[in-house]
Design a protein around this ligand. Structure first.
Ligand code: ATP
Ligand code: MG
Length: 555
């Protein structure tokens, strides 16, 4: 877990160090979708600071928009935060827990002559608001008496008005250069929604800007950390807290949103991908959601490492996919046991090997880490190697198997290819090879064997499906305004390739969902929860090398 020793400092830590007051933060997701990698940044920041400063971090669902929210998302969010390795202080909280208190705060505003019920239509309100260059105009309802407002607001609550008939607005300044201060709405009427927490108790709901600062104050949050788009809302955040008699005044600090290239970090757009069936679900391994990354084979440690590396600043945080990939590659390079798997099988018959013989060869689970132990790999007369590891016509630098040439089978013997067997169409179906019994784990003096390839024993191997993933979009910034059309026009048609006839070594029979492996020479893989009648399904988490650097494969 992160500690102050290995957490790089940043401007928010500097502010905290200067202030010398306790650290209580909160992570406030709206339960209208699954969390994505951008949320991971916010989670690591909020929970990480609480840990480092011996404070606490609340998990608070910002549930003021009930028609888009649901209980599945609440559960998914809790699961993802926990999986990332964090524990929230106390029970999960809900902005809706404070609806009664918020109502009382709204009444207090009215009594201070700082809020009024306004009957302008949505369209009229927009016109009255003005623009960036033009000041707004006072609503004709702005000067209603306190008593009239108290009465109207009580009747709003009692369900006497229809949706949109009126709103409660803060009375601030219609000439303010900051549009957020031009008498923003603080309550709107929503009949007929069944709120996942409060049911039908309310027919009006408080707006985000009003709810958020007061929820922070009620919970005695000291640092309210949010993304930069809320910078212009800070004067409003402070206005509510300065105007009302609140127990404390949290400090809002903004930082930049994470943008990850070749994907999107917007819940609305991600839910479009799910709803339109572009991906299988929120946890599709191509999704930048925490659940998707988890299913793809990312570990909590790798995501926390990623968030540490990208840092926290106010400047643009546009990050290349290779940064995320190198975090998981480093983790799995250290920690994933090595295994052999053949993705495009080609049968090899060792003509000089006994038909009924099987050897049990011992192979290291990790080349550098003896403590990770050994496993047994069966070796027999019929094997599978990868089609790519044999060429009939090969350039000189091709180090793998060719007719008349030799190659070492990883952990086992040197073999020579003697003959190619083809079917009627001329497709290679089998290689006849001979093995050299003197080469188990050693190469005799003076003998040069250039290549090492992986293999599995045909009789013992387990059939598996292997899913290979690529970036979900063909554009680094699929939702950029400069592009024609919308982000759905830039989907990568090859983001998923499914190989259904693979073979993996026998020891993988006991592999569990979410176990991680390095399939030698192929990349890092994890076991997917899908099973096809007992057939294992693996997801490739990431290739061995940085595929984004376009390193050419040898040969
Ligand atoms: P989205 O646009 O994906 O719906 P949001 O900000 O509306 O994002 P919330 O559920 O309100 O989603 O987010 C909870 C917290 O996570 C907020 O404090 C928000 O600022 C933060 N957050 C959301 N997206 C990012 C991101 N890309 N980078 C950093 N923090 C983010
Ligand atoms: Mg939000």
């Amino acid at each position: 877990m992160s500690s102050s020793i290995n957490t790089p400092t940043h401007f928010i830590r500097n502010i905290i160090d200067q202030n010398k007051r306790g650290v209580t933060t909160r992570f406030p997701p709206e339960p209208n979708g699954y969390l994505h990698i951008g949320h991971a940044k916010s989670i690591c920041l909020n929970f990480g600071l609480a840990e480092d400063y011996n404070g606490r971090c609340h998990l608070r669902f910002d549930d003021t928009n009930p028609h888009k929210e649901n209980a599945e998302f609440i559960e998914a969010i809790k699961r993802d935060v926990t999986w990332l390795g964090y524990t929230w202080g106390g029970e999960p909280r809900f902005a809706s827990d404070y609806f009664e208190q918020l109502y009382q705060y709204a009444v207090e505003l009215i009594k201070k002559n700082k809020a009024y019920v306004c009957d302008l239509s949505a369209e009229e309100t927009r016109v009255y608001r003005g623009t960036l260059t033009e000041r707004g105009k006072d609503s004709p309802y702005r000067n209603r008496s306190i008593d009239e407002n108290l009465d109207l607001f009580a009747r709003m609550r009692a369900g006497k008005f229809t949706d949109g008939q009126c709103v409660l607005r803060a009375k601030i300044d219609m000439a303010a250069p900051n549009i957020n201060l031009r008498d923003p709405a603080i309550y709107r009427i929503r009949h007929g929604v069944i709120h996942h927490q409060t049911g039908e108790a309310w027919c009006m709901y408080p707006m985000y800007d009003f709810t958020h600062c007061l929820s922070d104050a009620i919970e005695a949050i000291t640092y309210s950390l949010c993304t930069l788009e809320f910078e212009d809302h800070r004067p409003l955040y402070d206005w509510f807290l300065d105007t009302l008699a609140v127990p404390c005044h949290p400090q809002q600090i903004e930082f930049s949103r994470l943008e990850l290239q070749y994907t999107i970090t917007s819940k609305r757009k991600l839910s479009q991908l799910v709803d339109e069936g572009v991906v299988a679900n929120w946890d599709d391994p191509r999704m930048p959601t925490i659940a998707g990354l988890r299913r793809r084979g990312f570990t909590p440690a790798s995501l926390r490492d990623f968030c540490r590396r990208i840092g926290v600043t106010k400047s643009e945080n546009n990050v290349e996919m290779s940064v995320l990939e190198s975090c998981i590659r480093e983790d799995l390079n250290d920690n994933a046991p090595r295994r052999m798997a053949v993705l495009h099988p080609l049968k090899v018959v060792l003509t000089n090997y006994d038909e009924d013989k099987t050897e049990k060869i011992s192979a290291a689970n990790h080349p550098q880490k003896e403590e990770m132990g050994q496993r047994t790999v069966p070796f027999s007369r019929e094997l599978y190697i990868d089609r790519e590891d044999f060429r009939e016509e090969a350039p000189k630098k091709f180090k793998r198997l060719v007719i008349g040439g030799e190659v070492r089978l990883r952990n086992a013997y040197v073999i020579r290819c003697d003959m190619v067997v083809k079917d009627a169409e001329g497709e290679i179906i089998e290689l006849h090879c001979s093995y050299d019994p003197d080469t188990l784990g050693k190469t005799p003096e003076g003998r040069k064997v250039k290549g090492v390839i992986h293999w599995v024993s045909a009789a013992d191997a387990i059939p598996a499906e292997i899913r290979l993933y690529d970036r979900l979009f063909t554009q680094a910034h699929p939702d950029a305004n400069s592009l024609e059309g919308n982000f759905l026009d830039y989907l990568n048609p090859d983001s998923l390739r499914t190989l259904t006839h693979c073979f993996v070594e026998a020891s993988l029979a006991s592999a569990q969902v979410e176990d991680h492996f390095q399939f030698e020479r192929e990349g890092y893989f994890t076991v997917d929860p899908d099973h096809h009648q007992g057939q294992l399904v693996f997801n490739r988490t990431v290739t061995l090398r940085d595929s984004w650097a376009k390193i050419e494969k040898t040969g």
